[in-house]
Design a protein around this ligand. Structure first.
Ligand code: TYD
Length: 214
């Protein structure tokens, strides 16, 4: 692999994308026989993990929406330059749990902040870098919330505590993004059993690797 392939995983809470990502790593590792870098937003490196703690702290109920957006954007910038871009330059396959679309879906469609402004901030923070492929794990909000409530091991964060209406806005935002960016975003039906979701995601990634001739 010369320059790496950048794939983001997106979806509303409870879509199961993190479990799918974890299951895909050994499968892909065996298939391509090379190191795969997996990471997450907000976080992935020390500075961004600290920003994550500030954003997701359940005590921070008074956090202003624009402050929240700017913190996600700051975490994104540092994570991109410190971890993602060097890994791509080294030729790795990089799988990122959440990226630019999360800000548009959550802070834009979910919280109602201005979407052109978010697009501009995303562009500014990433110098226009976009994933080569985005897997959007789509799940109806009631199923997603039900899964969260059943998963006792999951850390409950500030955004999990939002009302159903916020989750519905986030999901419809994602559907809009998938429609508008159909050359980059592939929708996976995440209401299926986990094994079927993993299999669909694996096929989509294999096709992208083949297309990129990796
Ligand atoms: P996390 O526990 O990683 O959730 P998940 O496993 O569902 O990815 O928490 C990340 C939370 O932050 C999640 O609720 C989505 C939210 N988020 C935003 O609102 N905007 C963003 O730009 C990003 C990256 C995440």
């Amino acid at each position: 692999m010369k320059t790496g392939l950048f794939i983001s995983f997106e979806g509303p809470d409870g879509a199961g994308k993190t479990s799918v990502l974890e299951a895909l790593v050994p499968l892909l590792q065996e298939k391509i026989g090379e190191t795969i870098i997996t990471t997450r937003e907000p976080g992935g490196i020390a500075i961004s993990e600290k920003i994550r703690e500030v954003i997701l702290d359940v005590a921070h109920t008074n956090m202003d929406d624009k402050t929240e957006l700017l913190l996600y954007i700051a975490a994104r910038r540092q994570h991109l330059v410190e971890k993602v871009l060097p890994a791509l330059a080294a030729g790795h396959l990089v799988l990122v749990d959440r990226f630019i679309d999360s800000s548009v879906a959550y802070q834009g469609y979910g919280r109602g902040l201005d979407i052109p402004a978010i697009n501009w901030l995303n562009d500014y923070a990433t110098d226009g870098h976009k994933p080569d492929l985005t897997l959007y794990f789509d799940v109806p909000s009631d199923i997603g919330l039900e899964r969260i409530s059943q998963n006792a091991n999951r850390e409950v964060n500030r955004l999990d505590l939002e009302a159903l209406s916020m989750h519905q806005k986030v999901r419809s935002g994602y559907l809009r993004i998938a429609e508008q960016e159909s050359n980059r975003v592939v929708t996976i039906d995440a209401s299926q059993p986990l094994e079927a979701v993993i299999s669909d995601a694996y096929q989509v990634i294999l096709a992208a690797l083949e297309k990129a001739n990796k």
